[in-house]
Design a binder for this molecule. Structure first.
Ligand code: NAI
Length: 488
C-alpha cells in the first residue's frame, strides 16, 4: 500500500473524528467489507495505481480503504467543490495506523469549499505519481486506472491529449464557461512543461470506472465519436447502482439537504421536481412522503406517463412557477431552471439542484443579471434579491445540494454503488483482455452478487428455486435470474 503521504486537506486534526465516522460506516457497508474478506489474501488490485475523483465523503473513505486493502495504491480528489467531508478526508490522509503528526494514509487533495482553480489543481494531483514512482524506483509516474464520478478526470486526460496532438496551448475565451476556462488554464500549465504528458497517461491507462449518469453520457459520446482512449465500465447502469443509489439515496439525502439548509417545513408545500428518472423518482417520493404536493416535469413521454400513473401532476415549469415553494432539478440537462423562471417565483422560493452540474440552474445568467444581489445566509445557502422585488434561496450555488448542504447518500446505499466500483476496478485490472476500448456494464452475475451481499444485513430471507422450478422457468438455481434487457 501507499507510503507516500503528501496531501492537501482542510485540517489533519479532524482525523480522529473522521475515523469514528468511518468505523460506523463500515458497519453499514457490508458489500465493501465482504470484498475485503474475500480478497484479503489474493490481493487482486496489487499493482493498481488508481486516480480517484469522487466526492470525498465518509462512504468514499471506506471505498478508498477497501481498494487499498485489495492491494491498490490510490490518489484521491473530490469531484465537487463542496462535497468533501473534511473529517473523512483527514482520516484518509492519516490512515488507520498513522497519527496527525505522522500521517500514513492516502494522498488526498480535497476540502469543502474549493475554488474552481483549486478544484482543477486537486484533479491534476491525482495524475502525478512521481512520489510513488520514485519510492518504487520506477521511471513512469502515472496512474493505470481512473475511478471517476461525472467524468472530470477522464475529460482532463482526453482534453490534455487532444491539445498535445494539436500542438497548441489552449487559450481561454469569453465564450468558454468559467469552469471550462479553468480546465484549459490547468492544461496550459502542464503543456508548458511537457509535450506528451497526457498522451503517455492515456496510453498507460487500463481504463476508467464511472459512477454517475452524467459521466456515463460523456463516455458514450466519446465512444460514438471514436475518441474514447481507453476502456470504460459504466458502473451507474449496474441495477444495484442506479436503481438504488440514484433513487433511494436521493430519497434520503435530498430532504436531508433541504432540512439542514433551510429547515423549512416541507409538508403542505408545493414542490416541483424536474426529471422523473431514477433521481427524480426518489426525490418525488421523498417529498410526497413529507406531505408536499409534488409537480413533476418531463421531456420523455414514458417517464411523464410513469409520473402521472404514480399520482403526480405533470406540468411545464413555466405553467406553474409562481405557485411553487421548492424547486428540485435532477435531469442531467442544462438551463432547466432559468432566470426568467426565477423572476416569476414566489418570495424566498428554494432552488435545489441534485443533477450533476450547476448548469441545471442557469447560475451564470443569475450571476450576471442586472440588479440581482447575493446575500450569503450561511455557507452554501444564498439569498438572491431579484429585480422582481422578491428573493430566491439558492442552495450550494446551484451544485449538488444533497452533498453540499448535507453529507450525500448514506452508507448502506453507497455500499451497493461502491461494491460495483471495486468489482469494476478488479475487472479492468485483472481481465483487461476482456475489455477492448469501449463502454461496458458489469455482467449480471456480479450485479446479483452485489445485491446478495446486502441481504443478510436487512434480514432478508431469499427464496431458493427448486430444481423442478428452475427447469420449468429455465433459470439456473444460482442465477443469473433475468435476461440482460430486464428493467426491474
Ligand atoms: P435519468 O436519465 O434516469 O433521468 C433524467 C430524466 O430527466 C430523464 O427521464 C429525462 O427524460 C429527464 N429530462 C431531461 N431533460 C429534461 C428537462 N429539460 N426537463 C425535464 N426533464 C428532463 O438520470 P438519473 O440517473 O436520474 O440522473 C439525473 C442526474 O442526477 C444526472 O446528472 C446524474 O449524474 C445525477 N445524479 C445525482 C446524484 C446525487 O447524489 N445528487 C446521484 C445520482 C445521479
Amino acid at each position: 500500500s501507499s507510503t507516500v503521504s503528501a496531501f492537501k486537506i482542510a485540517d489533519v486534526s479532524l482525523a480522529e473524528a473522521g475515523r469514528h465516522q468511518l468505523r460506523l460506516a463500515e458497519n453499514e457497508m457490508p458489500g465493501l467489507m465482504a470484498l475485503r474478506a474475500e480478497f484479503a489474501e489474493s490481493q487482486p488490485l496489487a499493482g493498481a495505481r488508481i486516480a480517484g475523483s469522487l466526492h470525498m465523503t465518509v462512504q468514499t473513505a471506506v471505498l478508498i480503504e477497501t481498494l487499498v486493502a485489495l492491494g491498490a495504491q490510490v490518489r484521491w480528489a473530490s469531484c465537487n467543490i463542496f462535497s468533501t467531508q473534511d473529517d473523512a478526508a483527514a482520516a484518509i490522509a492519516v490512515g488507520p495506523t498513522g497519527t496527525p503528526e505522522s500521517p500514513a494514509g492516502v494522498p488526498v487533495f480535497a476540502w469543502k469549499g474549493e475554488s474552481l482553480e483549486e478544484y482543477w489543481w486537486c484533479t491534476e494531483q491525482i495524475f502525478d505519481w512521481s512520489a510513488e514512482a520514485a519510492a518504487a524506483g520506477e521511471a513512469w509516474s502515472g496512474p493505470n486506472l481512473i475511478l471517476d464520478d461525472g467524468g472530470d478526470a477522464t475529460m482532463l486526460v482526453h482534453k490534455g491529449r487532444e491539445f498535445e496532438l494539436a500542438g497548441v496551448v489552449p487559450v481561454t475565451t469569453d465564450a468558454d464557461s468559467h469552469e471550462y476556462g479553468v480546465v484549459l488554464a490547468a492544461l496550459r500549465r502542464s503543456l508548458e512543461t511537457s509535450s506528451d504528458r497526457w498522451t503517455r497517461i492515456a496510453e498507460a491507462l487500463t481504463g476508467v470506472t464511472e459512477e454517475t449518469t452524467t459521466g456515463v453520457h460523456r463516455l458514450y459520446e466519446l465512444a460514438a465519436a471514436g475518441q474514447l482512449l481507453f476502456p470504460a465500465i459504466n458502473v451507474n447502469d449496474s441495477v444495484t447502482k442506479s436503481k438504488f443509489d440514484n433513487k433511494y439515496g436521493i430519497r434520503h439525502s435530498l430532504p436531508d439537504g433541504l432540512n439542514r439548509a433551510t429547515d423549512v417545513l416541507i409538508g403542505g408545500k408545493v414542490v416541483f421536481v424536474a426529471g422523473y428518472g431514477d433521481v427524480g423518482k426518489g426525490a418525488a417520493e421523498a417529498l410526497r412522503g413529507q406531505g408536499a404536493r409534488v409537480i413533476v416535469s418531463e421531456i420523455d413521454p414514458i417517464n411523464a406517463l410513469q409520473a402521472a400513473m404514480d399520482g403526480f401532476q405533470v406540468a411545464r415549469i413555466e405553467s406553474v412557477a409562481p405557485q411553487i415553494d421548492i424547486f428540485v432539478s435532477g435531469t442531467g440537462n442544462f438551463n432547466v431552471i432559468t432566470t426568467e423562471h426565477m423572476l416569476r417565483m414566489k418570495h424566498l422560493a428554494i432552488i435545489a439542484n441534485v443533477g450533476h452540474f450547476d448548469n441545471e440552474i442557469d447560475m451564470a445568467a443569475l450571476e450576471s443579471l442586472d440588479g440581482a444581489v447575493r446575500i450569503e445566509i450561511k455557507p452554501q445557502v444564498d439569498e438572491w434579491r431579484l429585480p422582481s422585488g422578491r428573493s430566491v434561496l439558492v442552495l450550494s450555488e446551484g451544485r449538488l445540494m444533497n452533498l453540499g448542504n448535507a453529507t450525500g447518500h448514506p452508507s448502506f446505499v453507497m455500499s451497493n454503488s461502491f461494491t460495483n466500483q471495486v468489482l469494476a476496478q478488479i475487472e479492468l485490472h485483472c481481465y483487461r483482455e476482456k475489455y477492448p476500448v469501449g463502454v461496458y456494464v458489469l455482467p449480471k452475475h456480479l450485479d446479483e452478487k452485489v445485491a446478495r451481499l446486502h441481504l443478510d444485513a436487512l434480514g432478508v430471507e431469499l427464496t431458493v428455486l427448486t430444481p423442478e422450478q428452475s427447469a420449468y422457468i429455465g433459470v439456473p438455481i444460482e442465477g443469473p435470474y433475468k435476461v440482460d434487457q430486464y428493467r426491474y
